[in-house]
Design a protein around this ligand. Structure first.
Ligand code: NDP
Length: 483
């Protein structure tokens, strides 16, 4: 595959000092492309370009900005097959996940926010005979968008689209592990006719490129999705500079299976919620809490389904699971399985490299979907984010206990509840500390709704109006009437 390049000031360029990084196909362990190993100087050039483009872009009529973003969405759709294949090779995900879900959603991100700003209104407060107030919402300037490797284009565009639609200019930094589709996005942005400097993309190490973006004095807004410890470092740097930050971080999401749950209906969704993208979605359910009266029946249905999942070549349409993102990440996930054993847990299925992979995949980062049982609530395996194809199943005796366990982790991103009892569903939803609660479904997303986490799962909300607010600054204008 051709080299991935930075997009700076409307041109596709190498890093200024010429460094490169290999991007590894995690299914084979072999490099498949390379991207610029950029430095702080490349970030500075990109920020200058974005700053210069800001007055022109922010003063365009909203419809013109939205049309440009819709052209970009159309190009993503046109190149869907190519982008999906790249995402699969770069990240290890099965091709269908990229083709059917992630690439269409990347286009939808641009289309949604292009429409949202055309329909947005700001507030008006009447003071009767004394006058009135209206609130202006203006773009904030240059926005830094930092994205992780798990849903590379989907999450990168989730940040870029609302930032651009509201009139800001952007310097984006994809994960160094998955630069390929961000590289193609840069090419498509030029083809869509985005004015130069409006969108800039700089590849490279997080601690260099990401850090420079966060500390750069001209970047007043940072939107970040990634791990909780990186989020803490970003907050530490950005806080004293009074930047506006949005942090979408890790999770340890509970799946609550109530006494009355319809298991036949729930089971395929619960399996999907645990193992989609090899468990590397921040919203995956990694702790399954089952009412003890249904635990045996649940395991009888769950384990055969999990064991039947095929882990293999991400490009093979027969594969249900592909590779983890890297050997290093695989080592981390496997270390958690060992930890679970030492904490008294039992591996009910999985836990190994799949035995029958073709020779071509010898260097790949593969792990069977793994189910753990018998672990106490307080152990590290049940408290820390593993971010792999590993779930822990626990029983509970009362629905109050389920709520307590659901909340008894440092995270609060998402939860799914399986019940046919309406008042139980509403009651639990009001008591579980999570940014998203699904009842009898999982991963159903409406882009108008708020998205974000409680506790160590994040700071702030994006999505819908929350995003329009985050990426704009308000000024209240008070008009006084003559007495
Ligand atoms: P990381 O925190 O390692 O990296 C995220 C991004 O931050 C990458 O682009 C990374 O660059 C960059 N980065 C790393 N160090 C710094 C720094 N010091 N300053 C600025 N940027 C930096 O996360 P992962 O990529 O490992 O992603 C997995 C994590 O993301 C999981 O914890 C997962 O739960 C979370 N996540 C949260 C979501 C949510 O919406 N709440 C959604 C999806 C994932 P580089 O890769 O080049 O080092």
């Amino acid at each position: 595959m051709p080299d991935v390049l930075n997009l700076i000031d409307g041109a596709l360029v190498e890093a200024r000092d010429g460094g490169w990084r290999d991007s590894i196909n995690p299914a084979t362990g072999e490099p498949h492309t390379r991207c610029p190993d950029s430095s702080a100087a490349d970030v500075d050039r990109a920020v200058s370009a974005a700053r210069e483009a800001f007055p022109g872009w922010s003063s365009l009529p909203v419809a013109e900005r939205s049309d440009a973003l819709r052209r970009l969405a159309d190009l993503i759709d046109e190149h869907r097959d190519d982008l999906a294949r790249l995402e699969s090779i770069d990240q290890g995900k099965v091709l269908s996940q990229a083709r059917e879900i992630e690439i269409p959603r990347s286009a939808a991100n641009f289309r949604f926010f292009a429409g949202a700003v055309e329909h947005a209104a700001s507030s008006f407060h009447d003071m009767g005979g004394a006058g009135f107030n209206y609130t202006l919402r203006r773009p904030r300037g240059v926005v830094g968008c930092i994205a992780p490797w798990n849903l590379p284009l989907y999450l990168f565009t989730w940040k870029i689209a609302p930032a651009l639609a509201t009139g800001n200019t952007v310097v984006g930094k994809p994960s160094e592990l998955t630069p390929a589709t961000a590289g193609r996005l840069g090419e498509l942005a030029i083809e869509a006719g985005l004015p130069r400097g409006v969108l800039n993309i700089v590849h490279g190490d997080g601690a260099v490129v990401g850090h420079r973006l966060v500390e750069h004095p001209e970047v007043g807004t940072i939107t970040f999705t990634g791990g909780t410890s990186t989020g803490a470092r970003i907050a530490e740097t950005a806080g004293p500079l009074f930047k506006r930050i949005s942090l979408e971080l890790g999770g340890k999401n509970p799946v609550v299976v109530c006494e009355d749950a319809d298991l036949d209906r729930a089971m395929p969704h619960i399996v999907r919620s645990a193992f989609s993208n090899q468990g590397q979605i921040c919203l995956c359910g990694s702790r399954i809490l089952v009412h003890r009266s249904r635990l045996e029946e649940f395991m009888e249905g769950f384990l055969p389904r999990v064991s039947a999942l095929r882990t293999g070549d991400p490009l093979d349409p027969e594969s249900d699971l592909g590779a983890l993102v890297s050997r290093e990440h695989l080592d981390k996930v496997q270390a958690y399985i060992e930890l679970a054993r030492s904490e008294g847990g039992k591996v009910a299925c999985g836990g190994r490299r799949p035995p029958e992979l073709p020779d071509r995949l010898d260097g790949g980062a593969f792990l069977e979907p793994t189910v753990l049982m018998g672990l106490p609530q307080s152990c590290r395996t049940n408290q820390e984010e593993i971010f792999g194809p590993v779930v822990s199943v626990q029983g509970f005796d009362s629905h109050g206990e389920a709520v307590r366990r659901a909340n008894d982790v440092p995270y609060g991103l998402a939860c799914s509840i399986w019940t046919n009892d309406l008042s139980r569903a509403h009651g639990m939803a009001a008591r579980i500390d999570a940014g998203i609660i699904w009842v009898n479904c999982w991963m159903v997303r409406d882009l108008r709704t708020p998205f974000g986490g409680w506790k160590q799962s994040g700071v702030g909300r994006e999505g819908g109006e929350e995003a329009l607010r985050f990426f704009t600054e308000s000024t209240n204008v008070c008009i006084g009437f003559e007495p």
